[in-house]
Design a protein around this ligand. Structure first.
Ligand code: ADP
Ligand code: MG
Length: 459
């Protein structure tokens, strides 16, 4: 998937290209389209996964789209100049930022400001300013007097300025809590609550955290509305509430009969069917429509408007079966999806986890069914190794495969399975990247199991 496909403003695309980014990272692929639609986000993903751009690009996009409108409001500074010209004593007009990013540390705030300058390099009227503890007040007053659109701040110092009337959040549109878990660990909870209370309820809220459990999770849910939850780091967690099954098929016609039969299951509320290619998604959606299902396709060749319409129809329940490719489906967070079908198996085990995670949202139960040719048994085993779970094989009466499943697949542990380790064997998240380190621009070496590591944007 490309940045263009995310629907970002041309000036931002230009800046991204200059930054040398060629593909959005997984967290960006999920977060950006949803944030552009105005959704609140709760995101956990590992360090170095590109979270800054995940919240900054859609926000800049919003401001870039508004930039086209005639410049009306005077800056606080202009206000002061004209007051002077009128012979009045210049009054300090409070800054009225549109976006606030809260970070736990000064370093992080400066990083975010620098990144914002980079991503917004080709936008005329968007300025980002850091408000930090330890910085001289007069300097900060100067910065605030320019009435920047974007404030990046540590909570303590921001409170000082709020209390002395230097900042007014009535115009705030976007609130970001970056590294929220760390801010809470550092004891900023009361400050954060106070700041949030000063912002309008209409704001869009995006929260980033290493974990969404416990105290952070409680706060996160309290300060967001119908948030989309994105958890990239947890690709290997067991989806406990999602049942998985494999059905073996002899050929395409057997597969189609099987899918039609399974889709008539009355426990299905809504289903997503994954295909390997965009063309297959279109073809299958057409075939299912003819067969009487309300089906629609979703893939990367559709422009953003059409994709949004399809997703909205899915959300409103007007589409029962969505036929999708991997990348297009990454951001789907529709709690009424009860079933996921792998019409084709994904190329990479990671994608399998993403796919089945489209169901079982918000703690509900889901069913994930893969329709697999006998020759693809190896791929099923790779998925089992990756998820450290066996996927039971099921047979439907009247639709039994002619061949019985290749090897006995009873309750033995998948090959390579070791308790308490992940695929890196280090007991920590995958990657181990340091902040600022680019870990995803090039695909690197083969996995232990011989499969190629995923490169971003393969569908
Ligand atoms: P996080 O907040 O998850 O720790 P950052 O947003 O700080 O991650 O990004 C980490 C590094 O990756 C930064 O150097 C950033 O410039 C770079 N980066 C972000 N997105 C991309 C991308 N799509 N392609 C290449 N590099 C990227
Ligand atoms: Mg970060």
């Amino acid at each position: 998937m490309s940045f263009e496909a995310l629907g970002l403003h041309a000036s931002i695309l230009k800046a991204i290209a200059e930054a040398g980014y060629t593909q959005p990272t997984p967290v960006q692929q999920e977060a950006v389209p949803a944030a552009i639609l105005g959704r609140d986000l709760l995101v956990s993903s590992q360090t170095g996964s590109g979270k800054t751009a995940a919240f900054m690009l859609p926000s800049l996009h919003k401001f870039a789209s508004a930039e086209a409108a005639p410049a009306g409001a005077k800056t606080a500074n202009q206000e002061r100049q004209s007051a002077k010209a009128r012979g009045e004593r210049p009054r300090f007009a409070a800054a009225t930022p549109k976006m606030l990013v809260l970070t736990p540390t000064r370093e992080l705030a400066l990083q975010v400001t620098t990144a914002t300058d980079k991503y917004g390099a080709f936008m005329r009227r968007v300025k980002a300013v850091s408000i930090l503890g330890g910085m001289p007040y007069p300097k900060q007053m100067q910065l605030l007097a320019r009435n920047p659109e974007i404030l990046v701040a540590t909570p303590g110092r921001l409170i000082d300025h709020m209390e002395s009337g230097k900042i007014n959040f009535s115009q705030l549109e976007v609130l970001v809590l970056d590294e929220a878990d760390r801010m809470l660990d550092m004891g900023f909870i009361d400050d954060i609550e106070k700041i949030i209370a000063a912002t309008p309820d209409t704001r869009q809220t995006m929260l980033f955290s290493a974990t969404l459990d416990g105290v952070v999770g409680n706060m996160a849910r309290r300060i967001t509305r119908d948030p989309m939850v994105i958890q990239i780091a947890s690709t290997t967690t067991k989806h406990e509430n999602i049942q998985q099954r494999v059905h073996f098929v002899d050929d395409l016609s057997h597969k189609n009969r099987m899918l039609d039969h399974l889709l008539r299951d009355t426990t299905i509320d809504q289903a997503v069917v994954f295909t390997a290619t965009k063309r297959d998604a279109d073809t299958l959606a057409d075939r299912l429509t003819i067969a009487g299902f309300t089906a629609a396709a979703l893939h990367g060749d559709m422009h953003q408007g059409a994709r949004n319409r399809t997703l909205n129809a899915l959300r409103r329940g007007q589409v029962q079966v969505l036929v999708a490719t991997d990348v297009a489906a990454r951001g789907i967070d529709v709690p009424t999806i009860t079933h996921v079908f792998n019409y084709d198996l994904p190329k990479f085990p990671e994608d399998y986890v993403h796919r089945i995670g489209r169901t079982g949202r918000a703690g509900r139960n889901g069913l994930a069914i893969s329709l697999v040719n006998h020759a693809e048994n190896m791929n099923v085993k790779r998925i089992e190794r990756f998820t450290k779970q066996l996927i039971p094989v099921d047979v439907i009466e009247g639709l039994e495969p002619k061949k019985s499943a290749a090897a006995p697949r009873t309750s033995r542990k998948p090959a390579g399975w070791k308790p308490g380790t992940n695929r890196n064997g280090n007991g920590k998240g995958s990657g181990g990247a340091k902040p600022g380190q680019r870990t995803f621009s090039k695909p690197s070496g083969p996995h232990k199991d011989g499969s190629a590591r995923r490169s971003f944007g393969n569908s």
